[in-house]
Design a protein around this ligand. Structure first.
Ligand code: 48H
Length: 263
């Protein structure tokens, strides 16, 4: 029996050309975005990206890590399970994420399945992912809006190389960078008119989850905060053990805000 796969000759350089040609075309196209979701591979950003792309909004997901999932991938203390409360169940249902009822109002799902389904939904709807890419600064010009992002390879920062970045243009930016609220801090540090960023408070799950939707808002023209970044900017409590309903609901809310503005 012949165990070799029967196939035509393959040219390594053609493979390289295919990758470069395709990704260059995508990058050229995505230098002009309707919405950039920074930290878009965390649960809030993935949810935002899926809803935005589904609404037909040209969405770029910018993620500094190689992997998707942000803090959801590892579940709670590396037990790959998340808990979601009643209010967020429609989002699990929409994205085909299965779950079991643990007790009333506590539903348990696989963190790996949740991340995979959200990522697939965002891709299927047409969002483009730019991973290993980080936002190191924002563009704010005479109109006083965040109208662009300054991007570079994560590896450049890790290697501490002095290599200048590139820039993309965007109508809206979602800061979905998690606990650090990186983009809001960049705007604030450069003198942007934002209220003081208090950083997140103690763990208080029900309060943190109840208030996150209210904190998901445009905090500076063109800049919307979502997920843990929204609570950090507001000085709100953290929700601690991996209860993820708030991240999904906040991600959906951020998408609704952009859709209201653009459509
Ligand atoms: C590009 C960046 C940059 C940058 C950061 O941390 P995340 O999972 O964020 P959320 O808000 O979607 O979810 C928070 C959740 O995971 C969590 O930690 C919870 C619920 N904790 C509760 C508690 O009390 O502890 O994802 C943020 C993503 C990450 O993947 C980062 O790599 C990425 O943002 N990121 N990407 N440019 N400058 N900064």
């Amino acid at each position: 029996m012949n165990l070799h796969m029967r196939q035509k000759e393959l040219d390594e350089v053609v493979i390289s050309r295919a990758i470069l040609a395709e990704q260059n075309a995508v990058m050229m196209d995505y230098l002009d975005l309707e919405c950039a979701v920074v930290g878009g591979a965390g649960p809030a950003g993935l949810t935002t990206a899926a809803y935005l792309a589904e609404a037909g909004i040209k969405t770029g997901v910018i993620e500094k890590k190689l992997s998707v999932g942000g803090g959801m991938w590892g579940g709670g203390m590396m037990f790959p399970r998340i808990v979601v409360q009643d209010e967020a169940r429609p989002i699990l249902d929409k994205f085909g994420i299965t779950y079991k009822e643990y007790q009333e109002n506590y539903y348990v799902a696989s963190s790996v399945e949740a991340v995979s389904h959200l990522t697939a939904a965002a891709c299927d709807a047409g969002a483009e992912f730019f991973n290993v890419t980080m936002v190191e600064d924002v563009v704010v010009k005479g109109d006083g809006r965040v109208s662009g992002l300054v991007i570079n390879w994560t590896a450049v920062e890790m290697a501490r190389l002095h290599i200048d970045p590139l820039t993309l243009r965007t109508k809206y930016t979602i800061d979905a960078t998690g606990h650090d609220a990186t983009i809001a801090h960049q705007v604030k540090n450069k003198g942007g008119d934002l209220p003081p960023i208090a950083g997140e408070g103690f763990m208080w799950a029900d309060r943190a989850e109840a208030n996150i939707i209210e904190h998901t808002k445009e905090v500076f023209p063109g800049l919307i905060v979502a997920g843990m970044a929204a609570n950090a900017v507001a000085g709100e409590n953290r929700m601690g053990p991996p209860i993820f309903g708030g991240m999904l609901l906040s991600g959906r809310r951020a998408a609704e805000l952009v859709i209201e503005k653009l459509l």
